[in-house]
Design a protein. Structure first.
Length: 265
């Protein structure tokens, strides 16, 4: 594998794009800065809770990606990590919680599966965000070798969250969304930070030559694993506590500003 001077990890929502300021793809300035980073010998990694398919507008600007909150890592088309939820555990979750008025989204890197009863929900979701129909498919069309990396569980009753967390606390990573009633679910021990650490060690990069941009609490573990964590202009208190520096928002070209201050471009 190619030798790199260092690695820079970038969160996606709130870092590369920003729904608050309605910036839906990486800005031309950000893309220019990413290219300069590559030319200067740094590996650029997109790090997101999203799947590859949900990153397709910008994934080409990076040399690699860590997706589904650390389940999957790919560099220049080579798969480095692919952690998935075993079918036995997946079926147990469906059997125990589907009847509790929840909607379960099953993410692979290329398609998101749903149970046939939820077809209307996903049709409306696609139309609301103008998402391609081929990104979604009923569970019955799932191929056996197409493993599920991550689950998203939408719920109405708060007791569902409490019960789920108590039952699976030793088996699964359960991240509650800060605003909406849904859970991001991966195998225990699988986080952005865990995937970042594995990649740094695999490539033999000195920790001082690693950097991470983030804005939300699910970026904290990632930022702890690198030499320098950079908080975007809008960020949580938790991110501020672990960040080495604070930059501007996406609209303020925070990525480029920080890379220039750090002397990386």
């Amino acid at each position: 594998m190619k030798k790199y001077k260092g690695i820079v990890f970038f969160d996606y929502d709130g870092t590369t794009v920003d729904e608050v300021d309605k910036i839906k793809t990486a800005t031309p300035k950000t893309r220019e800065s990413l290219q300069k980073l590559k030319e200067n010998g740094y590996l650029t990694m997109l790090c997101s809770g999203r799947t590859k398919k949900f990153l397709e507008n910008d994934i080409d600007a990076y040399q690699g990606a860590i997706t589904c909150n650390g389940c999957y890592t790919e560099i220049d088309g080579e798969i480095i990590r692919n952690k998935f939820i075993p079918d036995e555990l997946l079926f147990r979750i469906i059997d125990e919680y589907f009847h509790r008025d929840v909607i379960i989204q099953m993410d692979t890197q290329q398609v998101t599966y749903y149970l046939h009863q939820d077809a209307e929900f996903f049709r409306e979701f696609r139309e609301l965000f103008n998402l391609p129909e081929e990104w979604y498919a009923p569970w019955k069309f799932r191929k056996k070798d197409n493993r599920i990396n991550k689950l998203i569980l939408n719920y109405k009753d708060p007791q569902v969250y409490r019960d789920f967390k108590a039952e699976f606390k030793d088996t699964l990573e359960i991240a509650k969304h800060i605003r909406e009633p849904y859970l991001d679910i991966t195998l225990k021990g699988i986080t952005k930070g865990n995937a970042v650490r594995e990649l740094i060690e695999k490539l033999g990069i000195d920790r001082k030559d690693t950097y991470a941009f983030g804005d939300m609490d699910n970026d904290i573990e990632m930022m702890k694993e690198v030499g320098t964590g950079i908080a975007m202009g809008r960020h949580t208190e938790g991110v501020a506590e672990v960040a080495s520096m604070i930059t501007g928002t996406v609209k303020e070209e925070g990525i480029t500003t920080a890379l220039e201050k750090l002397g990386l471009i």
